[in-house]
Design a protein around this ligand. Structure first.
Ligand SMILES: [Fe+2]
Ligand SMILES: [Fe+2]
Length: 177
């Protein structure tokens, strides 16, 4: 199904982002804090991983699962995926906070704080995307009716058209990582 294929493709870009996060974290460990690279990372998290991909999941497939698939889907989405999206937002905010701390005070503690939040975001997203690929998306494809899935394909195309500029801008950045 188109709506799932595009979400899985987006996970590949998000994994590319997490690889870049690892490289930037290693640089911090070796004493080089690249503030502009870290700002680019939180911008990509905010406007692509969250503002585009998580938004698409929440508005389309998760919404459909909550509306049509009962208690198990409710648990999987509300207590699982949405909690993790919120945790990812928290880690993004903490990366920004830690960078501010670093600009005020260049200590080992602050460098560790930065690495800690960057690596937490990375491991959270790797695990989250894997769970969606292996459990949540197959659950949706197996249980949502054909009619609803066709509608999700259409809605995905509309979403992509409406957010084309934003998506292309961030894919350009990710492709340069
Ligand atoms: Fe997600
Ligand atoms: Fe996802």
């Amino acid at each position: 199904m188109y709506y799932i294929d595009t979400l899985k493709k987006e996970h590949e870009y998000i994994i590319k982002l997490t690889d870049h996060i690892l490289e930037v974290s290693k640089d911090i460990m070796h004493g080089h804090v690249n503030a502009s690279a870290i700002r680019t990372i939180t911008d990509v998290i905010k406007n692509y991983a969250d503002g585009y991909h998580h938004k698409k999941e929440e508005d389309l497939v998760f919404r459909a699962m909550l509306d049509h698939l009962g208690e198990l889907a409710e648990k999987l989405i509300t207590s699982g995926m949405l909690v993790e999206h919120d945790l990812a937002r928290y880690e993004r905010m903490m990366i920004d906070e830690s960078l501010k701390h670093y600009e005020e005070n260049q200590t080992d503690e602050v460098r560790l704080e930065l690495i800690g939040h960057l690596m937490s975001y990375r491991s959270l997203l790797i695990r989250h995307a894997d769970k969606e690929n292996k459990v949540v998306y197959p659950f949706a494809m197996k249980n949502l009716s054909e009619e609803i899935q066709k509608k999700l394909d259409e809605e995905t195309k509309v979403f992509e058209e409406e957010n084309k500029e934003q998506r292309d801008r961030y894919l350009d950045i990710i492709n340069k990582f």
